[in-house]
Design a binder for this molecule. Structure first.
Ligand SMILES: [Zn+2]
Ligand SMILES: [Zn+2]
Length: 369
């Protein structure tokens, strides 16, 4: 499918506007959709209530699926998929909490922050993420942006990038020192501390899950008389249970989100003036980007709606989705790019150069796959 990129022509009046005017018109349209929805569905004005209800419902949903699995009432695959979706809602809530959208500066806000961390595990503390996420809004697409570079944005396509997108622990080992050189706000010690304790618990259990199961699978092949110690079998049954109810759901959720996020943000040649750079920071991935749909399922359609968020940050995630069609129409009209399938091949560069050109000119130097 060809990449659909708006081209400036004399007949295209929208491009006669300055970038600032285009940004203003998009922002105004998003706000208008927001107001319209709030006016017609008054429940949307109870923002604290809705946020808390989604938080409680998602946590209760994950615990409920865990109980059903414990009593052998549902198969493992259904628990993994359903809990991945619940965890993706918690991730959206975390992002909203980072933007202070529910119970601002109260103990309820803090409790919700802890809740979204405990039930996702494989992320840094939301209190730390707030810092690097707000920097992402300020410096999106620049070499000083920490958050997006740490999940692979700007890297050339290859094995290293795939690993970086799939696992934050390995991404830290691969990327931290490189990103630190260009992002002065990145303090490695602070980032490592922000992963304590839940991310380390997740990583230790994941290692045991992979290696323990490999051991139980391989040993009988090597030695037919092999019999694993009873205590080890018991430990592994607990580890496997945890993997089904929380580990694998979050691995899928995070992988899906990071694949989508690191392909819809542009990087490296985005206009550094954030007030107009907004037009170049993100693309919109619609159903036409069909290959992203399985991933979009586990990140609440992030590829389609996160671009809206860059224009207006104080909008809850469900409202952004509800008004997406209207917001997208304005974004398309004023020149935001849609379904740019080539961005992976360009290592997220906004301007249309091939990866080979970027490598030849030294832009991607030192990013071997
Ligand atoms: Zn973003
Ligand atoms: Zn944000």
């Amino acid at each position: 499918m060809p990449t659909r990129i708006p081209v400036q022509t004399p007949a295209n009046r929208e491009f006669a506007l300055t970038p600032q005017q285009r940004v203003n018109r998009i922002s105004r349209s998003i706000r208008m959709a927001d107001r319209h929805l709030r006016r017609h569905h008054t429940i949307l004005n109870h923002q604290n209530f809705l946020g808390f209800a989604i938080w409680l419902g998602s946590i209760a949903g994950m615990i409920g699926m865990t109980a059903l699995y414990f009593y052998n009432l549902v198969p493992a695959w259904s628990v993994i998929l359903v809990n991945a979706v619940f965890a993706s809602l918690l991730h959206e809530l975390e992002h909203d909490l980072i933007h202070s959208l529910y119970f601002k500066e109260t103990w309820v806000e803090k409790m919700m922050m802890w809740g979204v961390w405990i039930f996702r595990l494989n992320t840094p503390s939301p209190f730390y993420r707030k810092k690097i996420h707000l920097l992402h809004h300020k410096d999106s697409g620049q070499v000083s942006d920490i958050e997006e570079q740490m999940i692979g944005n700007g890297m050339k396509w290859g094995l290293k990038r795939i690993i970086t997108m799939l696992d934050q622990g390995l991404a830290f080992l691969i990327n931290a020192h490189r990103v630190k050189k260009t992002a002065p706000k990145l303090k490695l010690g602070e980032m490592a501390k922000a992963a304590f304790p839940f991310t380390y618990m997740y990583q230790a259990t994941s290692l045991l899950f992979i290696n323990g199961n490999l051991y139980l699978l391989i040993m009988p092949l090597v030695n037919p008389a092999f019999s694993a110690p009873a205590w080890f079998v018991q430990v592994m049954s607990v580890v496997n249970f945890l993997a089904v109810v929380i580990g694998l759901p979050n691995f899928i959720r995070q992988g899906a989100l990071q694949i989508v996020s690191s392909s819809m943000h542009y990087f490296g040649d985005v206009n550094p003036d954030a007030s107009v750079g907004l037009l170049e920071q993100c693309q919109v991935m619609t159903m036409r980007s069909w290959y992203m749909l399985p991933f979009q399922l586990f990140c609440f359609n992030f590829g389609s709606t996160h671009g809206i968020h860059h224009f207006i940050v104080n909008q809850p995630f469900y409202l952004r989705q509800l008004g997406a069609a209207y917001s997208h129409a304005a974004m398309k009209k004023y020149g935001v790019r849609f379904d740019d399938h080539g961005s992976f091949g360009r290592a997220n560069r906004y301007h249309l150069q091939s990866q080979a050109t970027l490598q030849a000119t030294g832009v991607l130097k030192g990013q071997g796959a």
